[in-house]
Design a protein around this ligand. Structure first.
Ligand code: GDD
Ligand code: MG
Length: 339
């Protein structure tokens, strides 16, 4: 594929993941005990991307501190931090001086099985201003709906379509290959690919191409999807499984009377006490203590969580440092420490 630059949009406020994103930006949310963005960067590096710009806004510091110049990710990282949100296309526009060749844009919260080489080849065949990766879903309402003509060119783009829509079930996968020239259509200040740029480009008669792919897709921007990403990774159904951490961390302790069923990951120094029942898919962070008789099922616990004896936790996400008192019942909840 040669030398390719990617821009990763990772500046959003993660509203739909609150309260998980109150103290951590979405790209830093742990997924099987690694910041989510690590998976994306490793996958891009594996696909031959050598340089990535992270377009940041909300809580950028922890991201920059963690990733540095990308030394552990196999590609070179640079950052652009917005003082005010510039929107998806506004953020890319601000990088224009750095972008002089075909480049890749990714929403920073998606996990896909897109073959980047095929996507770039498809784009290069026609040399349009842009090629959007699209895939089919049953319900497009949470996404950007893409209507194409017979040859696969975009004829309409409707972000978050309301009501029944029989025109298409193709959605924007949040991955584009673009030519720098398209950024001429982006005004200064705030603007969105989805609601400003794509409609405007189409109105002006310029063609946008699509690359239709099929396979795994997850946008971890909601708690439901964040949990399902864990489930899919633990079940070996998601493409980033190869980058996931080992099943069992170091110095874990599992009491011999505990019952463990299904796929489970235990972080370093986590302790499972007597008669605990763990039912996967389950991801436990480092230094968690699961006290006697507790039952945990289909959940994600971050680091340093103390689960009181006899508690039940199911379909929930528990943030770092939380203490659950004895016999607590946490069903379908998302909680983080408030102070
Ligand atoms: N730098 C920067 N600045 N990044 C931003 C900004 C901004 O002002 N606003 C959003 N982002 C980033 C988010 O952090 C996220 O990684 C990405 O842009 C997309 O924003 P979301 O808020 O996650 O959008 P969405 O999930 O509702 O919809 C988007 O993704 C769908 C695929 O998952 C759209 O692109 C849809 O068309 C698409 O189908
Ligand atoms: Mg999203």
């Amino acid at each position: 594929m040669g030398y390719l630059t990617a821009v990763i949009l990772a500046g959003g406020t993660g509203t739909r993941l609150r309260p998980l994103t109150e103290k951590l930006p979405k790209p830093m949310l742990p997924v099987l005990n690694r910041p989510f963005l690590e998976y994306t960067l490793l996958a891009l590096a594996d696909a031959g991307v050598e340089r990535a710009f992270l377009a940041l806004g909300y809580q950028p510091d922890s991201i920059i501190e963690h990733f540095g110049i990308g030394e552990n990710m196999g590609l070179h990282l640079e950052y652009y931090v917005e003082e005010e949100p510039l929107g998806t296309s506004g953020a890319v526009r601000s990088l224009l001086p750095e972008l002089d060749e075909t480049f890749l844009v990714l929403n920073g919260d998606v996990t896909t099985q897109i073959d980047y080489k095929t996507l770039v080849d498809r784009h290069t065949e026609n040399r349009e201003y842009g090629t959007l990766a699209v895939h089919e879903v049953e319900d497009p309402s949470a996404y950007g709906l893409v209507v194409t003509d017979g040859e696969g060119f975009v004829s309409q783009f409707i972000e978050k379509p309301q009501g029944p829509n029989s025109r298409s079930n193709l959605i924007n996968s949040g991955v584009y290959v673009l030519e720098p020239e398209i950024l001429r259509f982006v005004p200064e200040g705030f603007s969105m690919f989805e609601t400003d740029l794509f409609p405007k480009v189409l109105m002006s008669g310029i063609q946008l191409n699509t690359h239709k792919w099929s396979g795994y897709f997850n946008d971890m921007g909601t708690v439901k999807n964040y949990l399902s990403l864990h489930r899919d990774l633990l079940n070996g159904h998601a493409p980033y499984t190869a980058y996931a951490s080992p099943q069992k961390g170091i110095n874990t302790h599992v009491d011999p009377t505990a019952i463990l069923e299904g796929p489970i990951i235990l972080g370093d120094e986590t302790r499972i006490e007597a008669n605990v029942k763990l039912v996967g898919p389950l991801s436990l962070g480092a230094r968690c203590i699961i006290r006697e008789n507790a039952v945990l099922e289909s959940s994600v616990l971050w680091d340093d969580v103390d689960v009181g004896s006899g508690s039940i936790v199911r379909d929930s996400v528990i943030g770092s440092g939380m203490t659950l008192k004895a016999d607590a019942s946490i069903l379908g909840e998302t909680s983080v420490k408030s102070s």
